[in-house]
Design a protein around this ligand. Structure first.
Ligand code: ZN
Length: 284
């Protein structure tokens, strides 16, 4: 689906209603895109040769503006490179993250942003980058990630029974959601940098055909969680929905964001387009 461009003010209004807590534009960064070429485009190209036909490709880190109703708009992308002899996936994606973050900040210097990231990015340098740029973040927390934070959360959550929220939806499917959270957990990263983090947990039980199934989600954030915002924080960056549907709405979205971004800026940032974004052939 492609939207016909309207006036910028109309687009701003459309985008504003998607802000998290009426304030932040949620930007998801995912290392899922693939950029393909039929000819070698640089010395770092990865190659595949199925059926004797060589394809050259790069993985991309993609920054997308995402909405609570499942839309996502590609903003910019960055090649994921292999700078070392035996890089881990995390090394490669983290390096690309910092390059992408720098470009994003330069492009939208005043835009109130909340990054939505997967667990790969739950680490000190990312927390620090967000703090430096005055960005908020909501990052998936898996049991093995940041073990000190995880154990602190599990211990403290039991001692704070008031920090809970429950909801029940009956149609079209019965869904029960139970949120709990702990704020201000101290975390010292591997470089000795201290961070104050908030953790929110969601247990979601879906009942189909009388067969209830519960899934647990956890996120770490610098947004302070309370009764009033727990649901929005957990639900808005709920990461599965916008992976299902992707929309390329780039030029107009970018123009609208720039317009919002530069409301308090005297000198608008120059356009800096990614060289590869129109050649992205697939997501996920
Ligand atoms: Zn290349």
């Amino acid at each position: 689906m492609c939207h016909a461009p309207g006036r910028d003010s109309d687009s701003q209004k459309v985008l504003e209603r998607y802000r998290l807590l009426d304030q932040y534009y949620v930007i998801a960064i995912d290392g899922t895109g693939i950029c393909r070429f039929s000819e070698r485009h640089c010395e770092h190209c990865l190659t595949r040769t199925p059926n004797g036909q060589t394809t050259y490709y790069h993985y991309l880190l993609e920054a997308k503006l995402v909405t609570w109703d499942g839309l996502s708009f590609s903003l910019m992308s960055e090649f994921i490179e292999n700078p070392q002899a035996n890089p881990t996936r995390q090394d490669c994606e983290l390096n690309a993250f910092h390059r992408l973050a720098e470009r994003l900040k330069k492009r939208f210097p005043r835009l109130p942003i909340c990054l939505s990231l997967d667990g790969l990015f739950a680490c000190g340098p990312v927390f620090l980058r967000c703090r430096d740029y005055n960005w908020r973040f909501v990052i998936v927390l898996k049991e093995g990630d940041l073990p000190s934070i995880y154990h602190e959360f599990v211990g403290l959550a039991k001692l704070q029974p008031d920090e809970k929220l429950k909801e029940r939806i009956l149609k079209p499917l019965e869904i029960k959601r139970s949120f709990r959270w702990v704020n201000a957990i101290e975390y010292c990263d591997s470089k000795g940098q201290e961070h104050l983090l908030n953790v929110i947990e969601l247990h979601e039980t879906k009942s189909a055909d009388g067969n209830p199934q519960t899934t647990r989600f956890m996120w770490v954030s610098d947004l302070e969680i309370n009764q009033g915002n727990a649901r929005a924080v957990a639900q808005n960056p709920g990461r599965d929905r916008w992976k299902i549907e992707n929309r390329i709405y780039l030029a107009h979205t970018e123009a609208s964001l720039l317009s919002i971004s530069t409301v308090t800026t005297t000198r608008p940032p120059k356009s800096s387009t990614s060289s590869c974004r129109w050649r992205i052939s697939s997501f996920n």
